[in-house]
Design a protein around this ligand. Structure first.
Ligand SMILES: Nc1ncnc2c1ncn2[C@@H]1O[C@H](COP(=O)(O)OP(=O)(O)OP(=O)(O)O)[C@@H](O)[C@H]1O
Length: 257
């Protein structure tokens, strides 16, 4: 059964069409990423699914009840003088089967006694995640969760999200490596339309694309890198690459503008 099913979703702001008839099917337990350039319609879509914004047309079915949904917004609410423990416990109080606040705080790698106002940007984001998951959500919305993270914090965050098994996750991100690390499927939105979707490893014909073989003294694009390597043999500093998800994404965006 789908966790999220969307058909023909539309939303305009005055004369600006933000979401232009999109369909989505997200399975239970799946991590699904929405990708797209600034202004493509990702946040509008997610806000409608969260129930925070009205739609003009289309159908949205969410298999989970309100108490089973966790949301990690782009910017944390300012909780001033509260400690991490107080903030997480406060939110735990809203949910019938909340996780133990201390357990969640440890899971995201924060100190219970830290004052929120003294947290760094990345630590704030961890707190947002703690608040997002304390209610033991079956569905979690993550809107650009690692913006402003240093590379190490980003990797730690990925590990944290991967450990949330059985949770359906809808992620928006501008980081293609993040989508590839976390999402089983991605959809690329341009001008309010989905222009491609699928496994990030095969999106846009990625798996069948020619390989680029480079070595000191040569570079060739080929369907058969192994054959080429066997033929040439002496290839110092050899590398074989296929298009990255970012290459495929940029092509898709260029074609659909
Ligand atoms: N409250 C609003 N009022 C008017 N127009 C809006 C509003 N919110 C979004 N838009 C417009 O709708 C379009 C889609 O915006 P949206 O925020 O959904 O895009 P996005 O894909 O999330 O972009 P980003 O990657 O920059 O967050 C844009 O053209 C934007 O200017």
């Amino acid at each position: 059964m789908s966790a999220i099913k969307v058909r023909g979703l539309r939303k305009s702001y005055r004369d600006k069409v933000a979401v232009d008839g999109i369909d989505l099917d997200i399975a239970q337990g799946e991590c699904f990423a929405l990708l797209g350039p600034n202004g493509a319609g990702k946040t509008t879509t997610v806000e409608i699914l969260e129930g925070h914004r009205s739609k003009d047309a289309g159908e949205v079915h969410i298999a989970m009840g309100k108490h089973e949904i966790g949301i990690v917004l782009q910017e944390a609410a300012d909780a001033g003088d509260l400690s991490v423990y107080e903030a997480v416990s406060h939110f735990a109080g809203y949910y019938p089967r909340a996780r133990e606040p201390m357990e969640v705080i440890e899971f995201v790698g924060l100190q219970a006694r830290s004052r929120i106002r003294a947290l760094s940007g990345g630590q704030r984001r961890r707190l947002d995640v703690a608040i997002g998951i304390v209610g033991r959500p079956r569905l979690l919305f993550l809107d650009e969760p690692t913006t402003g993270f240093d590379p190490e914090a980003r990797r730690q965050f990925w590990a944290l999200i991967k450990a949330l098994e059985d949770t359906t996750i809808l992620l928006t991100t501008h980081y293609l490596d993040e989508a590839e690390a976390l999402a089983e499927r991605v959809a690329v939105i341009v001008n309010g339309n989905i222009v491609a979707q699928g496994d990030p490893k095969t999106l846009g014909g990625r798996a069948e694309a020619k390989a680029t073989v480079r070595w000191r003294g040569g570079c060739e694009e080929t369907d058969d890198p192994v054959g080429l390597i066997c033929r040439v043999r002496d290839m110092p500093e050899l590398t074989v690459t296929r298009p990255s998800l970012e290459d495929i994404y940029l092509n898709l965006i260029g074609e659909n503008r």
